[in-house]
Design a protein around this ligand. Structure first.
Ligand code: SF4
Ligand code: SF4
Ligand code: FES
Length: 268
């Protein structure tokens, strides 16, 4: 696929918990060298309090390694989700020192002594760090998130990697449905009528795709009362996306298309 601007390397960068290189999350300066242990404070649903675990540091730890160590060595009842461990499945999303991100992608810096872990905001908590993602996927499903082929299409469509539509689509394509942008968006909270950043980003990708037969229906859908006009245009969704997508930019693009029509991209 042709690059749409950002490099693959940039998309897969490893993030860190805590401000780097300051030690304000822990209690040791970064010149003090690696700590031997990391204290992990986990918000538990049973008590709404934080449970405290002291974990022995291993080289090149990620936050997910801390959770696995807690479950293995301290408390097998701790609930959290993960699957791929390589920032592809989106299931390990949670808040680390208040900032939402992927536990498997987030490094534990050498100086860190303490980190607070909590479930994603904006979604109902099922248990401990596990949230109910049904509200997020209900919005995702509402934009018909799959390609609708043209009736009667018999041969595979050819879309050049350097075509205008690929330039629009490629930078927005790698959504892993982690729900982090949704949780960061105050307008998306459960019970409020807004499709949310991930679903609108997906709608933009499909509207730009000349192989899709539902462009006009999709444009009408994102123009409904729960569509693009509910966005407050602050951009919190884009700044937290672990795949470096730009759902806020996708929403702006959709709004432009609604106002001025789609230009420069082939008509389905
Ligand atoms: S747009 Fe980014 S933050 Fe939002 S669900 Fe997709 S990958 Fe996650
Ligand atoms: S820019 Fe729009 S979609 Fe993104 S967080 Fe703000 S209100 Fe939500
Ligand atoms: S375990 Fe799959 S994204 Fe983290």
């Amino acid at each position: 696929m042709a690059g749409g601007g950002k490099s693959r390397h940039a998309r897969l960068r490893v993030r860190s918990v805590g401000p780097e290189p300051s030690a304000s999350v822990g209690h040791a300066g970064h010149n003090a060298g690696p700590t031997e242990t990391v204290t992990v404070l986990v918000r538990r649903s049973a008590t709404s309090n934080e449970d405290r675990f002291v974990i022995r540091r291993q080289p090149r730890m990620k936050v997910l390694d801390l959770l696995v160590a807690i479950q293995r060595d301290h408390d097998p009842s701790l609930a959290f989700r993960y699957s791929c461990r390589v920032a592809m499945c989106g299931t390990c999303a949670l808040r680390m020192d208040g900032t939402a991100g992927l536990a498997c992608q987030t490094a534990v810096p050498d100086h860190l002594r303490e980190v607070h872990l909590a479930p994603l905001a904006g979604l109902p908590v099922l248990r401990d760090l596990v949230v109910d993602v049904a509200p997020f996927f209900a919005r995702w499903a509402a934009v018909t998130p799959y390609l609708v082929p043209h009736p009667g299409a018999t041969a595979p469509a050819r879309v050049r990697p350097d075509s205008p539509e690929r330039q629009v689509i490629d930078p927005a394509l790698d959504c892993i449905t982690c729900g982090i942008c949704y949780s960061a968006c105050s307008v998306s909270e459960d019970g409020r009528d807004f499709l949310g950043p991930a679903a609108l980003n997906r709608a933009m990708v499909l509207i730009a795709d000349s192989r899709d037969a539902s462009r006009s229906e999709r444009l009408a859908r994102i123009g409904n009362l729960d569509g693009v006009d509910r966005c407050h245009y602050i951009g919190g969704c884009t700044s937290c996306c672990p795949k470096d997508l730009d759902p806020f930019g996708a929403i702006r693009q959709l709004r432009r298309w609604r106002l001025t029509g789609i230009q420069g991209i082939p008509t389905p």
